[in-house]
Design a protein around this ligand. Structure first.
Ligand code: NAD
Length: 309
C-alpha cells in the first residue's frame, strides 16, 4: 500500500504534542493539535490553591498559542507562517477529524489505561488504512493496542520522538506484533527523508532502547548524588558541558522532560522489570515524588529543580 501523509492529528498538546505539531509544521505538514479541556483541578492543584483560569492550569491543558509553539530558538529555521498549519482544538469537539487525517499520533499522559481508552475511542472513528501511532516513552505498544481489531493493529506502531523534538535527531519506531512490515519501512523512510530524523527500529521492550539506558543513567546519578552528599548544582556542573554534553545536564534535562512524566516513565520500568536489583534502581526518590505533589513539574509549570522566569 502506498502511504501518504498530507494531514496529521496530534492528540495531547503538552510538551511533546506541541513540539511534534511544530516540527510537522516546519516541514510543511498541517496538523490538528487536540487536547482535553479542564473540568476540574487535580489534587495537587487544589492543594496549591490554583484556580481553573490560572495561567499555570491553562498551561497544563495548553492549547498553546500557535506563535508560542514555533518560538523556540533558533528562530531562523521556523517560518512564522508555518503556525497557520496547526489547528488547535478541543479533542471532544474535533474527534471526527480523526477520520480525515492520514496519521493520528497519540501524545497524552504516560499511562497505559488512559492510552488504551483513547485507542478504543479512536478505533470507533478510525478509517481503515489510516496510520495510528503512540509517542509513549516506554509503555508496551502491544499492550496499548490490546483489544483492538487486527486491522487496526496492522496500522499501529510506536513513533517515539525525543525532547525537544526540534533538536533531537533520534526517532524510535516500534512495531507491535501485527504492524505491517511495509508500514514500518514507510515510517523509517518518512522519518529520515521528510522529518530529518535518525530512525532506529526497536523491539517492544520496556522503555525501548534510548530511554531504557537514559532513565537508568538518570536514576543512578540521582542515587549517587544522595549517597555522596552532592548537590544538584554539583551534578549539573559535572554532567553538562564539562563532560562534553550540551548545556542540558541531568536536572536541567529533567525540568525539560517534566517531573511528572519522568516519574511515570520510571514507574513503568519498575512495574515491568523482574530482576530485583534492576527494580531497585527504578524506585523514585521521595524528594521527586514530593516535587510532583507540589506541582513542581519543571519548565511547564515554571518551577522544577530550577525556576523559569
Ligand atoms: P504533558 O503532560 O506535557 O502533556 C500531556 C497532555 O495530554 C496534557 O496536555 C493533557 O491535558 C493531555 N491529555 C491527557 N489525557 C488526554 C486525553 N484523553 N485526550 C487528549 N489529551 C489528553 O506530557 P508530555 O511530556 O507531552 O508526554 C506525552 C507523551 O509523550 C507521554 O507518553 C510521554 O511519556 C511521551 N514522551 C515525553 C517526553 C518528554 O520529554 N516529556 C519525551 C518523549 C516521549
Amino acid at each position: 500500500m502506498d502511504y501518504k501523509i498530507k494531514k496529521v492529528a496530534v492528540i495531547g498538546a503538552g510538551v511533546m504534542g506541541s513540539g511534534i505539531a511544530a516540527h510537522l509544521a516546519n516541514v510543511g505538514i498541517p496538523s490538528y493539535l487536540l487536547d482535553i479541556v479542564p473540568k476540574e483541578l487535580t489534587e495537587e492543584e487544589t492543594r496549591r490553591g490554583l484556580a481553573l483560569d490560572d495561567p499555570l492550569v491553562r498551561n497544563r491543558f495548553a492549547i498553546r498559542g500557535k506563535e508560542q509553539l514555533l518560538k523556540s530558538k533558533p528562530a531562523l529555521l521556523y517560518v512564522p507562517e508555518n503556525a497557520d498549519l496547526i489547528t488547535p482544538g478541543n479533542v471532544e469537539d474535533h474527534f471526527n477529524v480523526l477520520s480525515e487525517v492520514d496519521w493520528i499520533i497519540e501524545v497524552v499522559v504516560e499511562n497505559l489505561a488512559v492510552k488504551q481508552q483513547l485507542f478504543e475511542k479512536i478505533e470507533q472513528v478510525w478509517k481503515p488504512g489510516i496510520l495510528v501511532s503512540s509517542n509513549t516513552s516506554g509503555v508496551s505498544i502491544n499492550r496499548m493496542s490490546e483489544g483492538r481489531s487486527s486491522e487496526f493493529r496492522q496500522h499501529f506502531l510506536g513513533t517515539h520522538f525525543f525532547n525537544p523534538v526540534r533538536y533531537m535527531k533520534l526517532l524510535e519506531v516500534i512495531p507491535c506484533s501485527e504492524t505491517k512490515p511495509e508500514l514500518v519501512n514507510f515510517m523509517v523512510d518518512f522519518g529520515q527523508r521528510v522529518l530529518g530524523k535518525g530512525v532506529v527500529v526497536c523491539k517492544d521492550t520496556v522503555n525501548f532502547i534510548a530511554n531504557r539506558i537514559g532513565t537508568y543513567g538518570l536514576m543512578v546519578t540521582v542515587q549517587e548524588m544522595v549517597k555522596n552528599g552532592l548537590s544538584i548544582d554539583d551534578i549539573d556542573a559535572i554532567t553538562g558541558p564539562a563532560m562534553g554534553r550540551p548545556k542540558s545536564a541531568t536536572f536541567r534535562t529533567l525540568d525539560i522532560v517534566g517531573l511528572d512524566t519522568f516519574v511515570h516513565v520510571a514507574n513503568n520500568v519498575y512495574d515491568n522489570v523482574t530482576d530485583p536489583q534492576e527494580k531497585e534502581t527504578f524506585v523514585v526518590p521521595q524528594f521527586m515524588k514530593e516535587m510532583v505533589q507540589r506541582g513542581w513539574l519543571g519548565e511547564k509549570t515554571k518551577q522544577g529543580f530550577y525556576k523559569k522566569e
